[in-house]
Design a protein around this ligand. Sequence first.
Ligand SMILES: Cc1cc2nc3c(=O)[nH]c(=O)nc-3n(C[C@H](O)[C@H](O)[C@H](O)COP(=O)(O)O)c2cc1C
Length: 161
Amino acid sequence: MNILEVIYSRRNIKSFKSNPVSMDQIHKWLEVASMAPNHKMTEPWEVYFIGDNTRTKLNHKTNFFGAPVVFAVLSKHGATDIETAENAQATACFVQNFNLAAWAEGVGTFWSSMGIVEKNRQVLGVPEGYDVIGVFGVGYPEEINKPKERTPIQEKIKYLS
Ligand SMILES: Cc1cc2nc3c(=O)[nH]c(=O)nc-3n(C[C@H](O)[C@H](O)[C@H](O)COP(=O)(O)O)c2cc1C
């Protein structure tokens, strides 16, 4: 797949095979994800791999759709609100880089925003001064959903004088 095909075909996966995913591959995709743009080279992302014990405590209603690997991605706050916003934006780029790198090699991700909830922050042991950008199930997809239609981009564009 070329990069446009990778971007276009990626889906939020809601059904995983139980086959393991190589941790070496996951580390490789995280490494490449860290080439994400980040202002002032803050590299604000941190990744917490979630073992069975923590996964059970998180008690996601779907158990991450059977994904063999689950991790959370945190974003460190900056010294100012602007830097904190920039860091979250950079971490979202990191996440999407990971998602696309994995997808290009046949591995899908499920994105859950559950880490925003205080109870789940506590389960994950998130320190003060960090946002949880998402908790991700990672694995080989059992099913790939049809694309969700997007609004034609022209409807989202303004041309300023
Ligand atoms: C910040 C963020 C949070 C999300 N949280 C959830 C979530 O809690 N549960 C869920 O099912 N999908 C979640 N998603 C995935 C979106 O629902 C999904 O990307 C959207 O429906 C479009 O589908 P697609 O990614 O397959 O194109 C989240 C996506 C983003 C960017």
